[in-house]
Design a protein around this ligand. Structure first.
Ligand SMILES: CC(=O)N[C@@H](Cc1ccc2ccccc2c1)C(=O)O
Ligand SMILES: [Mg+2]
Length: 368
């Protein structure tokens, strides 16, 4: 397969409602899409970096820059390029995993479309549909939170995740547990908002039978999570801390987590995401697929990944309308709490040109 050129396309998509986390409030997504054109097919990848470096060090303008100046030229210089070589070709460039993921995913999509093979089968999917959870932001009041949670339960979501931060943790969790009962699958995500000194406060969540506490401490404080794990009974799940199969193995060996949230963008691609899945399964660590408010392009790939055998907990692979009134692909619609894994070649979905053009803010063609 010969690469002939790559398009960097920026789209701006308003969120259906503001999404508040411990690191700020998001009102829209400024998304970078990568389209790889080859002599046999074209492929799409989505860069999940935010507009600002608040979730991780990456941000979308930096991703576009590193792709334009370093990553794409490196691919252009490679001969006999295949998707499983992209990570090796780009390895010399440090970090920028979300940018690398988007590029590798687009090459993989093109390769699989050319060969007529679905991404799900390539990754090792064992299910035709996946159960979906939903991430619920920090709200202005408990009544507002209960209304939002009620709406998501009515929509069919099988698991509720509440964003928490100091001052918004025990009270909202207690209110949701009391209103919706003990059967509701419930977990929390702190996005690094606490320190080890908050262990006592986090231990106050233990009576509520949560599935997990996601990333309570700083992403670089793996040892702190191991110490925290001895002070709370609720399982610790890591998100921001897990950037590769190696860091997953280290975190598991240190007892820093019992569960891992896998996000292909955070770890550099879907092939590394599968390697993390394999490492975790070998250690008996449950994994689930995290979300970065993707368009249908990233959502299609995440649903394929979430169908692998070790993904035993519902992910944040929510329906398109959790975030967008109109998606740039055919929308992903919840069916009794499940999303169907695409079966077409590659991603199995492609942008709808009218929708894509309506939200495009810039496009740039790079010849190879
Ligand atoms: C679904 C979910 O909670 N995702 C992230 C946090 C997050 C929140 C808001 C975002 C806005 C733009 C881009 C990425 C974002 C990621 C998480 O699990 O930690
Ligand atoms: Mg998280």
């Amino acid at each position: 397969m010969k690469l002939t050129g790559i398009e960097l396309r920026r789209v701006g998509m308003p969120l259906v409602a503001p999404f508040r986390t411990s690191f700020g409030v998001q009102h829209e997504r400024d998304v970078l899409l990568v389209r790889v054109v080859t002599d046999q097919a074209e492929g799409w990848g989505e860069c999940v970096a935010m507009g600002d470096p608040l979730y991780s060090p990456e941000y979308v303008d930096a991703a576009a820059d590193v792709l334009r100046r370093f990553l794409i030229p490196a691919l252009g210089d490679a001969d006999r390029l295949t998707a499983d070589r992209v990570g090796h070709v780009l390895h010399g460039f440090k970090g920028h995993r979300m940018a690398k993921c988007a590029l590798e995913a687009a090459v993989l999509d093109a390769e699989l479309r050319a060969e007529g093979r679905p991404l799900a089968r390539e990754l090792g999917a064992v299910r035709d549909s996946v159960p979906c959870g939903v991430s619920v932001g920090i709200m202005d009041s408990v009544p507002e939170l209960l209304d939002a949670v009620s709406g998501y339960i009515d929509a069919g979501y099988v698991r509720i995740k509440l964003k928490i931060e100091p001052g918004w943790d025990v009270e909202p969790v207690r209110a949701v547990r009391e209103r919706f009962g003990d059967e509701l699958l419930l977990q929390v995500d702190a996005n690094t908002a606490y320190t080890l000194a908050d262990a006592g406060q986090l231990a106050r969540l233990d009576p509520f039978d949560l599935l997990l506490i996601e990333q309570p401490l700083d992403e670089e404080d793996v040892l702190g999570h191991a110490q925290l794990a001895k002070l709370v009974t609720t399982p610790i799940c890591l998100d921001e801390s897990i950037t590769s199969a190696a860091t997953a193995a280290a975190a598991i060996s240190l007892g820093a987590c019992r569960i891992v949230n896998i996000k292909p963008g955070r770890v550099g691609g879907y092939l590394e995401a599968r390697r993390i899945h394999d490492v975790c399964m070998a250690h008996g660590i449950a994994v689930w697929c995290g979300g970065m408010l993707e368009t249908g392009i990233g959502r299609a790939a995440n649903v394929a990944l979430a169908a692998l055998p070790g993904f035993t907990l519902p992910g944040d692979t929510s329906a398109s309308d959790r975030y967008f009134s109109t998606d740039i692909t055919e929308p992903f619609v919840l069916d009794a709490g499940y999303l169907t894994v695409p079966t077409g070649p590659g991603l199995g979905v492609a942008p709808l040109s009218d929708q894509l053009d309506a939200v495009t803010t810039s496009t740039e063609w790079i010849s190879l």
